[in-house]
Design a binder for this molecule. Structure first.
Ligand SMILES: [Zn+2]
Length: 175
């Protein structure tokens, strides 16, 4: 079971309790909840949405070296958290501008994925190919074009980026 995020209700300050919400395929689903009847806040702890984007660039793709933890010094795709009131596609476009200085257009959704370890719901998009030069910004220490044959799978910061790039490569290379 995931660590509790709230000891006290963020609305009414009552001590939170674990309650059995339902049984799903024989498995009990417990949630941390407020026991006050007039409040009844439940911390569902839904996964946080994240958008990442594969940006093809002539014979390569655009990658970054991360400036900060998690994954400081490691390699990643551009991406980040979907902001309040933002569509996942908009987040991908914004993050591409912030991290690699590129104006991109999304061509498709490659996959969605829930990372249990970080409780994130990750949308992986593919952008239309660009030819402009990437410029590092925000979370990126360095932004660069990596030839497809040289993608550093062993240096990637996040497993989902590895999974996404492998899936994209399979699709790209299949007839
Ligand atoms: Zn409450």
């Amino acid at each position: 079971m995931r660590k509790k995020r709230f000891r006290y209700c963020p609305y009414c300050a009552a001590p939170m309790q674990m309650i059995l919400k339902e049984t799903r395929k024989g498995q009990e689903i417990w949630k941390n909840a407020c026991p006050q009847n007039d409040c009844a806040f439940v911390d569902w702890n839904n996964p946080v949405p994240v958008s990442i984007v594969i940006i093809p660039h002539e014979d390569g793709i655009v990658l970054i070296e991360r400036k900060r933890n998690p994954g400081k010094g490691k390699i990643a795709l551009a991406g980040g958290f979907v902001d309040e009131d933002e569509d996942p596609e908009e987040a991908a476009v914004r993050e591409a501008m912030e991290e690699v200085g590129l104006t991109i257009e999304i061509s498709r959704l490659l996959m969605t994925y829930t990372s249990k370890s970080v409780n994130q719901h990750i949308n992986v998009f593919v952008a239309k190919p660009v030819s402009a030069i990437p410029v590092a910004g925000d979370d990126a220490e360095r932004a660069f074009v990596c030839p497809v044959a040289d993608i550093p799978f062993d240096q990637l910061a996040f497993n989902v980026h590895r999974v996404a790039l492998k899936k994209w490569l399979e699709q790209t290379n299949s007839p």
